[in-house]
Design a protein around this ligand. Structure first.
Ligand SMILES: *[C@@H]1O[C@H](CO)[C@@H](O)[C@H](O)[C@H]1NC(C)=O
Ligand SMILES: *[C@@H]1O[C@H](CO)[C@@H](O)[C@H](O)[C@H]1NC(C)=O
Ligand SMILES: *[C@@H]1O[C@H](CO)[C@@H](O)[C@H](O)[C@H]1NC(C)=O
Ligand SMILES: *[C@@H]1O[C@H](CO)[C@@H](O)[C@H](O)[C@H]1NC(C)=O
Length: 341
């Protein structure tokens, strides 16, 4: 009979459901937002932090936030798949915090920096390279038009080719391309008024947002994660703008696809360690060889689905794949047990 299920099957189904949930969880990336300031303080920091936390589930990310520099220890940072420096200013880390940040980057940690984070830690050279360039000055808050230079990047794929928005228009002390960054957005200098003196060569076209495949803050011999920087984000309204949010979230998703952290790579040195607890939870309920098979099957499925859904959805897709595969494994395992029982 179709709906008569033996008690043992229910227990088994529950066990596999728990295992599949644990596996889906294992792909959730953990990102730490750090928004400490020692100089100018943007009053949009709470809005920005909340906007990121609210959007986290849409890209399968759990955002934590802190302004406490003492959280910069090797052990604490090692839990995270990326650090997001949000509108910091000035000397926001002490020497031990800077050392922990360097160690984190050397271990494959990913990095995101937003707006005035480029005006922070101005004598910590590795930090400057990891951001890509230091802030010099900015044109006043006003509307301007941004050209999308690279429309294929997840941080720009939902943007119009020419995007008008209102923000401060940053000038930098160096060209981020000089450390290997790829510029994805460039503000059109003919669309706004800049009365500042340009004292440095920031390259052309004007850099406004960029990414680094291998963050340049890593030390020789280290494993470089990815880095993403956007100079936008000054006002509350910006963080309420869907187009801007697609830009930032696309950047976050892109850095998390580095395969240098545990959200996507179980042998990585840093990142969400839930993958190992998920695996051991599952192995308690099924032979460990099954667990291993379904785990690698899930990541293969994720990579073959990814091209169809785009990079932005790769994380949710991989959890989806994990659930499907774990459920399938569960059903097959259940049938096998039933027939031998
Ligand atoms: C931005 O939002 C914060 C609350 O999140 C508020 O305190 C602040 O006044 C707002 N800023 C402006 C300019 O409206
Ligand atoms: C770094 O920033 C501080 C203010 O936080 C400033 O006093 C100092 O001159 C700056 N140093 C450099 C090298 O830009
Ligand atoms: C990460 O791993 C996936 C699956 O193996 C692969 O398709 C992708 O190209 C890798 N990305 C990087 C940056 O190595
Ligand atoms: C996973 O991490 C290990 C250790 O850092 C590295 O050797 C390996 O290449 C990574 N896998 C992928 C797919 O990038």
């Amino acid at each position: 009979m179709m709906y008569s299920i033996k008690p043992a099957t229910c227990v088994l189904a529950t066990v596999f459901l728990v295992a599949s949930c644990a596996m889906a969880q294992s792909n959730q990336a953990h990102v730490l937002i750090y928004s400490a300031t020692r100089g100018f303080r943007h009053d949009s920091i709470p809005t920005a932090t909340q906007a990121l936390k609210n959007a986290g589930s849409s890209i399968n990310v759990k955002f934590d936030s802190t302004e406490d520099h003492s959280q910069f220890t090797d052990a604490n940072l090692a839990q995270y798949d990326a650090l997001l420096f949000l509108m910091n200013t000035g000397e926001v880390l002490d020497d031990s915090g800077k050392a922990a940040l360097q160690t984190y980057l050397n271990r494959g940690g990913n990095f995101i920096a937003v707006h005035s984070a480029s005006d922070s830690l101005n004598t910590t050279a590795f930090y400057g390279r990891e951001v890509g360039a230091y802030f010099d000055n900015h044109a006043d808050l006003q509307p301007a038009t941004i050209n999308v230079i690279d429309a294929n990047h997840p941080s720009t794929s939902k943007l119009p080719a020419r995007w008008q928005t209102r923000d401060e228009w940053y000038n930098f002390k160096s060209d981020p391309r000089s450390v290997g960054a790829v510029v994805v957005l460039s503000v059109d200098e003919s669309t706004y008024t800049d009365t500042t003196t340009k004292r440095f060569d920031q390259g052309s076209p004007h850099p406004t947002a960029w990414y680094q495949e291998h963050g340049a803050g890593v030390e020789v011999g280290g494993t470089a994660g990815r880095s993403f920087y956007t100079s936008l984000g000054h006002t509350n309204e910006t963080w309420e703008d869907e187009i801007f949010m697609s830009h930032v979230l696309g950047g976050v998703s892109w850095v998390l696809a580095s395969n240098t952290t545990k959200a996507t790579n179980a042998s990585a040195q840093v990142g969400n360690a839930a993958s190992s607890s998920g695996a051991s939870g599952a192995s308690g309920a099924s032979p460990s060889s099954n667990t291993a098979a379904s785990t690698s099957g899930a990541s293969n499925a994720a990579s073959s689905f990814a091209p169809f859904f785009g990079i932005m959805s790769s994380t949710p897709i991989s959890s989806f794949g994990a659930v499907i595969l774990a459920t399938t494994a569960g059903a097959i395992g259940g049938l096998f047990l039933l027939s031998s029982w």
